[in-house]
Write a new protein. Structure first.
Length: 353
């Protein structure tokens, strides 16, 4: 009878947990970023609490205000400016002011003989069709992006609600995060060493992903956008955001954006601009990853590059933009759980002996 009661209660526990997760699913993005930001700013919150005489409410509220000032407001301003530039670019494409066929013709005309021969070998001598395909692709991409921008504008209220929920949860996670983590540890049916390893890896991966990927990508995007603005390549902010986004994906980087632009400048006769962009991209943008990432991550965990690449791309495919955090986090949890399992299997024969 006792076994039946235990099984019934376990079934009830699973059902209630799934139902609770179901009702929270619409706000999973806000919850995710509340946890991520809380993990990142937890050390700052602890230092503030010590300086404020151990007042957790005041320290958490101050940390939330700092997050709003250095994260939320700049992102809101950048997003607003980005939408304006994207809308202006789409209008230029629609009106014909931005003519990709004309730009591609200038590049093709400047190609050397060996490049023309290479195009001929691959049956790409009909440059008119190539230009038409590129133009159609850009127009199609703009038509696909325009409704998304409009959707963002129409769903501003939903974004405000999500941001409010994120900040509200952030306050309580900063104030009660340590106690909440201890309660979760207590209810998890795992050994003490396993719990410690899982929670430590979770915090390390969040810090490594955000500090080592997001901040580096933002730095590369900002430096690239500054170079584009100085060289008169517009819209510079749109290019900067695009470089920051592709920098999030390992093994790709901002070179996917600035290298073709540099080639275009060289092919169209803007030699000093093209050479300057290449030197700047290699010596400044390219070195940011090698110089800034180790400084930001420090001793935090570092997954193998191929694991980061696959998990990031898969996470973005499944979860959208939130996937660049969720993907590596799932990969890290996968690896640490198998490491714990392997260590337990190796320790079992020794214990039995």
């Amino acid at each position: 009878m006792r076994r039946l009661e235990n099984q019934t209660f376990l079934l009830l526990l699973v059902a209630v947990t799934l139902a609770f997760a179901w009702i929270l699913a619409p706000f999973y993005g806000a919850i995710l970023w509340a946890v991520v930001v809380a993990v990142i700013f937890a050390p700052m919150n602890r230092r503030l609490q010590q300086r404020m005489g151990g007042r957790p409410n005041l320290a958490a509220a101050t940390t939330v205000l700092i997050v709003i000032a250095i994260v939320i407001l700049p992102l809101a301003l950048i997003t607003a400016s980005l939408l304006q530039e994207a809308s202006a670019l789409y209008a230029k494409v629609q009106s014909g002011e931005f003519n990709l066929a004309r730009y591609s013709q200038r590049v093709f005309d400047a190609l050397p003989a060996w490049a023309t021969g290479l195009l001929d070998r691959f049956n790409l001598t009909d440059l008119g069709k190539v230009r038409d395909s590129l133009t159609a692709g850009l127009v199609k991409g703009g038509q696909a992006a325009a409704p998304q921008a409009l959707s963002i504008g129409l769903n501003t209220f939903d974004f405000i609600i999500g941001g409010g929920i994120m900040l509200y949860l952030l306050f309580f996670l900063l104030r009660d995060g340590k106690a909440l983590a201890e309660r979760i540890k207590q209810v998890l049916p795992l050994r003490a060493g396993q719990k410690t390893a899982l929670f430590a890896r979770f915090a390390d991966v969040v810090r490594a992903t955000v500090k080592g990927s997001v901040l580096v990508a933002m730095a590369q995007g900002a430096l690239g956008g500054l170079a584009f603005w100085f060289l008169g390549i517009h819209p510079a902010l749109l290019w900067a955001v695009l470089m920051a986004f592709v920098s999030l994906v390992p093994a790709i980087g901002a070179g996917l954006v600035w290298v073709p632009v540099a080639i275009y400048l060289l092919a169209t006769g803007s030699v000093w601009q093209g050479v300057s962009l290449i030197l700047y991209g290699v010596m400044v943008i390219g070195l940011v990853d090698n110089l800034l990432r180790p400084f930001l991550i420090g001793k935090d965990t570092k997954l193998p590059d191929y694991i980061v690449l696959i998990s990031t791309l898969g996470g973005i495919q499944v979860f959208g933009l939130n996937g660049f955090v969720i993907g590596p986090l799932i990969a890290a949890m996968f690896m640490v759980t198998w490491e714990i399992f392997s260590a337990s299997r190796q320790a079992s024969p020794e214990s039995e002996a």
